[in-house]
Design a protein around this ligand. Structure first.
Ligand SMILES: [Cu+2]
Length: 161
């Protein structure tokens, strides 16, 4: 049997290891780029209003499914992910653990459906202003977005948490 680890081979092994580490770095950078967030906005809130909704179009341009698991924003004490459904004639919101993002698809967070809920607002969200938020994805990691504050719709406020 020949020598198993001649020095030259060992060096080659180390070089390969370094190359693999480099590839991992590139791979994770690419996976972050597979999530595209567009038209991120929040609804304006009245003074004293405790919570406000946030919306966006989230495209998973990657080849594997991902999941939005958390959102962080300095304007609110905490941010929850909600879904909305009709209960008789009352809109009800329910917290969800995450929002699934199938590969190659766009999921729209919109009024009346899935949305971000900014809980414990530190002040009113004013039309024309914008604020930063960080979206955390299971695979793609953190994606920073800016939400533009848009006028609250004429939708009646028959919502319950
Ligand atoms: Cu909500």
């Amino acid at each position: 049997m020949k020598s198993i680890h001649p020095p030259s081979r060992r060096a080659a092994g180390l070089a390969l290891g370094a190359l693999l580490a480099l590839c991992w770095g590139v791979a994770s950078a690419q996976s972050a780029a597979t999530i595209e967030v567009t038209h991120a906005y929040a609804r304006a809130t009245a003074p004293g209003q405790a919570a406000g909704g946030g919306y966006a179009q989230i495209r998973n341009a990657g080849t594997s499914a991902d999941r939005l698991v958390a959102v962080q924003a300095d304007v609110a004490r905490t941010v929850e992910l909600h879904t909305m459904s009709m209960d008789g004639d009352v809109m009800r919101m329910r917290q969800v653990e995450g929002i699934d993002l199938p590969a190659g698809q766009t999921v729209e967070l919109k009024p009346g459906g899935l949305h971000m809920m900014f809980m414990g607002l530190k002040g009113p969200l004013k039309v024309g202003e914008s604020f930063p938020a960080t979206l955390k994805f299971e695979k793609a990691g953190e994606v920073k977005v800016t939400l533009k504050v848009e006028a609250a719709g004429a939708r009646p406020h028959m919502m319950k948490h």
